[in-house]
Unconditional design. Sequence first.
Length: 449
Amino acid sequence: MKSNVLLVDDDPAIQFGYKKYFSKTKFRISSALNLAEAHEALSSGHFDVLLLDLYLPDGKAVEHISQFRNDYPEMAIVVITGDGDIPVAVESMRMGADNFLTKPVSLKELEGFLQNIIEKKLVEKSSPESKTTEESYIYFGTSKPIRKVMELAGTAAENDSAVLLTGETGSGKGILAQWIHDHSRRKGENFVSFNCSSLKGEMLANELFGHVKGAYTSAVQDRQGLLELADGGTLFLDEVSNMSPGVQADFLKVIEEKQFRRLGENKVRKSDFRLICSTNKDLLDETRQERFRKDLYFRINVFPIELPPLRKRLTDLPGLVHCFLNKLGVPELEVSEEVMQKLKSYSWPGNIRELRNSLERAILLARGCKIMTAHFPDLQGTSPLTDSSRGDWDLKEREIAHILQVIDQFGGNKAKAAEVLGISKAILNRKLKSARRLSLLSKTNLGNQ
């Protein structure tokens, strides 16, 4: 039986070459020219592997990887990039990609690479202990900030009120949403997750509400929306602040009435779903800027829970490292105190997601040997806590130092730096303004940036 691979690349010649080569192998290649076609193909068929070019006509693939990972957790995601785009490829791994390849890609080597990925996925899937093992690895921490979060999450699990999870990118909002569902009365029903930043306008409405045959040109059959799939269970809307205004109005009505219509249909349908939303933005500020409806904000902000960034709970880091080593299949691997201090001295702008990917990358670079500090190349600019001249350096100062370092790497381009840090430019500017107010940096630190 052939394995299904979706190649997303806007070059017809590359698509033709891949299809011709793999036609005589164990792999069946399907193709998409852009991200919109990729979403459509994934929603209508099963794929074992997603081969994703980083730059496509309708956007950057890295911005969609989190959604692909959330919606299709068993699918392997491999990014294809040029030699000069390694930092972006590394960022894509932080967002959830399994690996990346650099161009030009040898099709023969790619065939072996794909075979290894498929075999690994089959082993994981066939293991009778895989589900239990995965659940046993869930670890939030024991620090005071996270204990408060889990106390609130426990309360949220006991009722059906709408929950709004806030916090920086990678801080674990999706995992916490899943935990709340798994500990609620709805745990036997579907947990439906969707990233609102992946689609806009009518495409987003179509994803939420579904459509009937003939609703638009390419609607060749009836299709359920996420609201129907979440009936009786939980609907998790990630990055809800990116929901387009028109859809916000329609969705507000759904929350109030728990009923909706598929696109192109007059029939009213009902869905008894529990709503959990998340955002890395200040939604109240978004309402002031008239980018988010105030009435919708009050509907989804019934029970807010804010997740602290990793840099504010570094006492949880050793436990998280142990958890991820178990998940990555190397529970016996020893992490030296020197490496642990290196990890603790870093500000972790990508939070828990960045920690996991950094550990996975370090394991690959170590090639079965002991993990060394050199196996964390992205952390080389940090200052170890054991340095006597820096021993009392405040976490806020380390965060600002890291932000300045990233801004400097991109020649003063704060928009690019914010993208790499996983925060908005507005948040970056607020952090710099706050640091200047606290005398952690002066105007000269930024130069003309």
